[in-house]
Design a protein around this ligand. Structure first.
Ligand code: ADP
Ligand code: ASP
Ligand code: MG
Length: 439
């Protein structure tokens, strides 16, 4: 059996956490390939090293601020080195980072150094080989990772190596410049190593005992999901359940490799197993609920739009021409709504509105902002009647007005739009309806 084990920021934020990681890794010889994030928060209110590094790059013109920030970052690592009593120095690496930044290295390079240094340190501490992800994770011109070349690169790097530590979060383009994934991207690093090596299990170690039915920052002590399918997870993580980066699912899913979410602080807990398919019945009708704020809706009304051939195509081409993606398109007989990230629309609002006017000549266009989308997801929903009805009544009970509703044809999820300010209340109401009242 071979496993990849990825440890997130909080799992390697201090010497104490490094010790836990070592105990976990060395307690099971099948944990061959380790991925680490940069040191994260040691407690709430603390700053992640990644954020300090972005700040460092921003301060490159301001020597005083630059040196202060650099010192804070050096201290974070030194605290770990001293706490572990290691005879190890990152001084030469820090000199190099300072030189590179002063010579104009960009934000991606700066941010990537958090995982680079941490992986070097972890490799020394575990006695494993260090492999720089820039040597095997290949990014294209468009900043997307080339999965095929990357997997070949990983296999080549591991050809003669049994036990290795990789820094998460970054790779390099063909020119050799460092490129990062989006935030939280170390999950993707682990997933690609798991897929490349066809391992048996991808363990993702974090600070919660698995994927929870709802965000613990919104619902106090939510239940843990024991088993979840990739498909359900994809819906939940796309809609904001932050445990796993949404792109981490595809590489392992393709190879049928399960992911296990585990808690570094409570390794004895089962955690969540993410699988392709399972006969295991979910504990509740819904598997999970998650959501995101800050969407806006463009409501378009036109009499007889349904019989107008090519209406939707013409409408969507306006978005395409402006390089904007949409989240949902709920529609009625004479109405169609485009739900879009508010931030994306803001810089080209008038262009889009004019474009729509010209493309489909609607009777009315209305804009609505500050909408939150909530996804209620579960494989168990398909076989139970009245799920949508219960969602409605849970929200009505809390006097929450539903702005839109969209049920995918898979019957795996229902998307509900509410006002931003009702977001947390709505999640709690849905949790109460499906989980608390079912226990
Ligand atoms: P790491 O640094 O280990 O990658 P993350 O911060 O990326 O960890 O993800 C774990 C965090 O995700 C948890 O501490 C929790 O606050 C948050 N979270 C949001 N939604 C959920 C959920 N549904 N289940 C579990 N954790 C969640
Ligand atoms: N350190 C990076 C971040 O804070 C990547 C990661 O943690 O996965 O986003
Ligand atoms: Mg994460």
């Amino acid at each position: 059996m071979i496993k990849v084990a990825k440890f997130g920021g909080s799992s390697c934020a201090s010497a104490e956490q490094f010790r836990k990681v070592k105990d976990i890794v060395l307690s099971d010889k099948s944990r061959h390939y380790i991925v680490v994030s940069a040191p994260g928060k040691r407690a709430s209110g603390d700053t992640k090293v990644t954020d300090l590094l972005y700040r460092l790059q921003d301060a490159v013109e301001d020597e005083k601020k630059f040196q202060e920030t650099l010192q804070t970052i050096k201290d974070r690592y030194q605290e770990i080195i001293d706490g572990l009593g290691l005879d190890f120095s990152l001084a030469a690496d820090f000199d190099r980072i300072e030189q590179d930044l002063k010579a104009g290295a960009d934000r991606d390079y700066a941010a990537s150094r958090g995982e680079f240094l941490n992986a070097k340190l972890m490799a020394a501490y575990l006695g494993f080989s260090f492999i720089d992800s820039a040597s095997c994770f290949v990014f294209k011109e468009d900043r997307c990772c080339d999965y095929q070349k990357t997997e070949e690169g990983i296999r080549a790097a591991l050809k003669d190596i049994d036990y290795a530590v990789f820094p998460g979060f970054y790779g390099a383009n063909e020119k050799g410049e460092v490129v990062t994934f989006s935030r939280g991207g170390s999950d993707v690093t682990g997933s690609l190593i798991a897929a490349a090596e066809h391992v048996d299990l991808y363990e993702n170690w974090t600070d919660v005992s698995g994927f929870l039915v709802a965000d613990p920052r919104i619902v106090p002590n939510p239940e843990v999901i024991d088993y979840i399918t990739y498909r359900e997870l994809r819906e939940l993580s796309y809609m904001g359940a932050g445990v796993l980066h949404e792109d981490a699912i595809f590489p392992v899913r393709r190879e049928g490799i399960p992911i296990q979410i585990k808690n570094t602080n409570r390794p004895e807990d089962h955690g969540t197993l993410i699988v392709q398919n399972t006969l295991k019945k979910p504990r509740f009708i819904i598997t999970g609920v998650s959501g995101k704020k800050d969407f806006c809706a463009i409501n378009i009304e036109k009499a007889m739009m349904n019989s107008e051939i090519g209406f939707a195509r013409k409408l969507l081409s306006v978005l395409e021409d402006n390089n904007i993606s949409f989240e949902h398109i709920p529609s009625g007989i004479d109405t169609m709504t485009l739900v879009i990230h508010q931030e994306e629309l803001e810089h080209c609002e008038q262009k889009i509105l004019n474009g729509i006017q010209r493309a489909v000549n609607p009777d009315l266009i209305e804009l609505e902002s500050d909408i939150a989308l909530i996804a209620v997801v579960g494989r168990g929903m398909k076989s139970s009647r009245g799920v949508a009805g219960r969602v409605f009544s849970a929200l009505a009970h809390e006097y929450i007005n539903i702005k839109m509703i969209d049920q995918g044809s898979s019957e795996y999820n229902i998307i509900i739009g509410v006002r931003n300010e009702d977001f947390e209340k709505a999640i709690r109401a849905i949790y109460k309806m499906f989980v608390m009242s079912a226990k």
